[in-house]
Write a protein that binds this ligand. Structure first.
Ligand code: NAP
Length: 308
């Protein structure tokens, strides 16, 4: 496929959705430990628009996207365990393209009962796993409050915490209360009905996937020495000390956490939910705008790029 060109979304300068330009780029060639996939679906994550707007830096120009599902079309000479035709999913930098490369060990076999769209959302599960278990060390019997229990990370976190035997309390809008209950939450709080602080008894851990004023308001619902687990922003250190609680950054991206959530997906012990599918690369801007402004919703956003 060398010298062939493929459609991809390219960003040449930080800015608004107009920076997402559909153009032809050379097909990437897999190195020794890499695999080339035909991308069927790309996850659309908040980090995609945050990078595009320049809140987080990426060398320019770049192809957006951090995760995908697809079909292996070429393998580097040092790759074992992946072959042409395999249906895979996992971490893929530059996934807003019809073909993309990734390190072979970051890709996992897509279980047959899981759709390409569903499989393209599992970065949220890896984030939730890393935060809950690698960082917070969540164990059976602990009380945890998960903010945004219906969200892209939150809906996985509720399932993982429930599977671990924690007592799970989650926040959600009224229309998502039943959904989050169905994921295993023991209590679901309508955060619009009244401040969540007035609706929850003290917890061991708060998993904050929302940020803004939710971060520091969460200090009030922690037990003494309780843990605020953050993936959006950290609280003010003085306020944290005054509240007698701890805070840790929960954003870790280990291979082990991806392996753990893959095992659960394979056994049907975790279910990804797709909130909305956008149906071609030309809808990349609409997908990112929806991710930024879409409001209430269940699960993750997906950009469908080709047929599986
Ligand atoms: N540091 C890291 O490694 C890392 C990794 C992944 C994500 N993140 C960050 O984590 C955040 C969440 O990501 P995501 O993919 O889960 O986002 P998302 O799916 O876009 O979040 C949307 C959800 O947020 C909920 N929500 C909005 N305001 C809320 C509030 N005040 N209280 C409770 N829930 C609220 C909505 O719930 P309702 O529909 O029920 O209203 C909706 O389901 C983003 O800022 C993202 O950048 C960080």
């Amino acid at each position: 496929m060398k010298n062939l060109h493929i459609p991809a979304i390219c960003v040449h300068a930080y800015g608004g959705p107009e920076q997402l330009q559909l153009q032809e780029v050379p097909v990437p060639v897999p190195a020794k430990d890499q695999v080339l996939i035909k991308v069927v679906a790309s996850g659309v994550n908040p980090i995609d628009w945050k990078i595009r707007e320049g809140f987080m830096k990426h060398p320019l120009p770049y192809i957006p996207g951090v995760e995908a599902s697809g079909i292996v079309t070429a393998v580097g000479e040092g790759v074992f365990g992946k072959k042409i035709g395999d249906e895979v999913y996992g971490s893929v930098d530059g996934s807003y393209a019809t073909y993309a490369i990734s390190t072979a060990e970051l890709l996992f076999r897509k279980p047959p009962g899981v759709s390409f769209e569903e499989a393209a959302t599992m970065a949220g599960a890896r984030t939730a796993w890393g935060a809950l278990f690698d960082v917070a060390g969540l164990v059976k019997g602990q009380r945890i409050l998960i903010h945004a229990g219906a969200g892209g990370v939150g809906h996985f976190a509720v399932q993982l915490a429930f599977n671990a035997g924690a007592y799970v309390i989650a926040t959600a809008s009224e229309e998502n209360l039943d959904f989050v209950t169905s994921l295993g939450a023991n209590e679901v709080i309508d955060y619009n009905a009244a401040p969540f602080e007035t609706q929850v008894a003290p917890v061991d851990i708060v998993f904050d996937t929302v940020g803004g004023d939710v971060t520091e308001r969460s200090l009030a619902v922690l037990k003494p020495e309780g843990l605020l687990l953050c993936i959006v922003q950290m609280p003010d250190a003085e306020k944290m000390a005054a509240a007698g609680v701890r805070a840790l950054w929960g954003g870790t991206k280990t291979l082990a956490s991806m392996q753990e959530v893959h095992k659960l997906l394979d056994k049907g012990l975790i279910q990804p939910y797709v909130r909305k599918v956008f149906h071609s690369l030309s809808e990349a801007a609409a997908a990112q705008e929806y991710s930024k402004h879409g409001g209430s919703g269940r699960g993750k956003i997906v950009l469908k790029i080709s047929e599986g």
